[in-house]
Design a protein around this ligand. Sequence first.
Ligand code: FES
Length: 275
Amino acid sequence: MYKILKKQKWSDTIFSNWIEAPFVAKAAQPGQFIILITSQSGERIPLTIADSNAKEGWVQIVYQVVGASTLELSLMNEGENLYAFVGPLGVPSEIENFGGKVLIIGGGIGIAPIYPVAKKLKELGNYVISIIGARTKDLIIMEDKMKEASNELLIATDDGTYGQKGFVTNIMDDILKKESEAIKDIWAVGPPIMMKMCTRVANEHNKQIWVSLNSIMVDGTGMCGACRVSVGGKTKFACVDGPEFRGNLVNFEEMILRQRQYCDQEREALMLLEE
Ligand code: FES
């Protein structure tokens, strides 16, 4: 069974759970995700792995309450068991020693999945410059862990309550203006609009960028087609071909439209649960 070993509330809507899942912990690599189900009648929730420990057999997930299923998950307590916890799924990040600097960008809840990428890049000897950002100070998560996983850490908040006022893309643009040549690769994970804007900045500087696509997922095995995205003019499945893709090739407009498709149903389900 997949016991909730520890649970923390990081803000009004952001939670982190440490799940007992030794087999997933043993195999997990940066960039991969899991699908969990809270109860027999529950929906599948895909979540990128924020951290794992093979020796201790746990996997850490970070999630924001955005609908009925994530609300249900947030109401579960330490010691309770999840119905299912499947993974690791997806293709691991393409990480190596690039012989220079790498730029890591995490926005909001996207800071969690970017952490293992930064950690591994630093372990392999890259000079890691990380930028993390959120709307406001309270929504900046995992700052200490990101500091450890980076050689330089820069912070941005939209409202200026912490770090530099503005967006992660402002800092990204400044860095690329100064040292575009030195930056060997870039990763950005966050809301689709943020990844789209980061890709725009990368394109302006003729740089390649990785993004992690959190498209709608059902089976997570490439069978249902729910997570399809257009990459380089071809249909790809985020669950088996990704979730990381070269942002330069992603059709973000199509992906954002598809993500909005079920917003009404999601709101209805949430209202029913709250009644
Ligand atoms: Fe079904 Fe990817 S979630 S094909």
